[in-house]
Design a protein around this ligand. Sequence first.
Ligand code: ATP
Ligand code: MG
Length: 581
Amino acid sequence: MLNLTISLWKLVRKRRQIQLLSLLFIMILNGIAEVFSLASIVPFLSVLISPERLWDINIIKDLSIYLGFESPEKLILPVTLFFIFSVAIAGFIRLINLWLSTQLTASIGTDIGCETYKRAIFQPYTVHIRRNTAEIINLSTRLVDTTVSFINSSLLLLNSFVLGLFITLVLFIIDWKTASIAIILFSSSYLLIARTTKNKILKNGLLVQRLSTNQVKILQEGFGAIRDVLLNNTQSFYMDKYQKHVFPMRKSEASSIFLSMFPRYALDSTGLILISFLAYLLFLQTTNNLYIFTILGSFALGAQRLLPAMQQIYGGWSNMCQQKASVEKVINILKKPIPKKYYKKTKNALQLKEKISFKNVYFKYHKNSNYILEDINFDITKGERVGIIGETGSGKSTLMDIILGLLEPTKGKILLDNQDLYKLKSYDSILKWQASIAHVPQQIFLTDNTVMENIAFGLPKKEIDLKKVKNAAKEAQIFDFFENSKYKFNTLVGERGVRLSGGQRQRIGIARALYKGAKILIFDEATSALDQNTESQLMQAIKNLNSSITIILITHRLNSLKYFDKVIEIKNKKSNYISLY
Ligand code: ATP
Ligand code: MG
């Protein structure tokens, strides 16, 4: 657990480390204040019962007379005020302590959340296509939350530890014999409990961490295929699945909560029993009632403070055990450095002068799988209109991802104006290439925003050029539809664009590619959802785009390739130029 906390500490920013240290200072102050208010109970009680005792102490007597309190009775008011003052200060410091630690966990929580998200999103495409989004969503939400509460628990533990130490000190000063008995009794009880519960709590934590991903997964599956769920009436299947996965998780959580809280109730009674025993023993030993009451009074207060402090130490520790598995997962992610190249940004798009060439390009998705594409060779000259055809599953979309620089060829070269795209291994050339190219994928992902934001994708609203949006919409044959609708380009498209037709989604995708103003455009089955009339209008518009723009169109509809300069067919993993006429 200590190692885990240290790893977490190392991952936290310098600034937060300093803030944490200042918090530790406040915690110590808090401990001192607590002790002060605890220690002042003895003089307070003595003065109330017999002010003469205090008067007998020379310094206090001299000080009192100097301050104008001439008799022992007159000491009651200042001593009361002093007591009230120290209690108030202690309360105030406690509040500051609470406020600071909550604020700090909020900042650290945000930091960790951002860092985790960063590591999830700054990954090459090959990583993204391999993993499950449920896992990432769970990681960035639930597991990050757990890490934040882990930090909270550790702060609480530290705080209670400091406090406990100071309280112990005071109890020792008051009466070291009874203090030792109380402390040995309570701490050994807690140690014994901790030893017995540890494994169970760790196991619970691991189970919760494992099952929590399933929760998101089941939700996503059910809603992702909601049409099928409704049609086949399989809601209850998903409900059962959800229940089956969530119940054990909740049960483990409940079990850990019980294990972390039960000693409090058990030991509360033990504390009371101890105090009654102590009272009995004291009565046997001495007849000095004043002595007995002050001792008992401060012990009652001490136990009232010491026991909760011990409970909080134990509670913090057991929470940390429960959260361990989740925190480990987050730490493992945070430890992975992001290669610097992914942070790079480029504003300069590559200016293609002559041609793109594929030279003996081979590609496979995994080391151990078969090649999807073999020995692909073609040239695409700047400004050409090129069609790519091939049976379904032949690798056209894969080829598009290779052209886009999202997937790296397993073998072979991609030459841009005779420069090898991957030769320098510098990410820069790929970024420049990607800045010059726009694509319309087979499945267009629209965000639950306005049409305008979807066309000018990834830009903050105030940076969007509405005129450009409208032009792109015109070229994509979707302008009239939105211009005549109630909210025009502020129409909300719904999650993944559910409020639009397939053809409208496609044309927004095309407008998005056109808005980017790229010099190379790739369309993957971009017109498959359109009727013939709209398609031919769109094809006309695409063809009429500036002749310096290179267009690559993947399609099944051969007649959309009329007047294209070149058609490449992917067949048996290989490429051929073919003539349609
Ligand atoms: P369609 O015309 O149906 O869109 P396509 O020509 O675009 O087909 P691709 O999507 O490129 O075909 O797929 C080519 C082959 O690569 C398929 O056999 C597919 O199973 C495989 N494939 C696609 N994506 C992956 C992936 N992420 N991991 C492993 N194999 C993949
Ligand atoms: Mg495809």
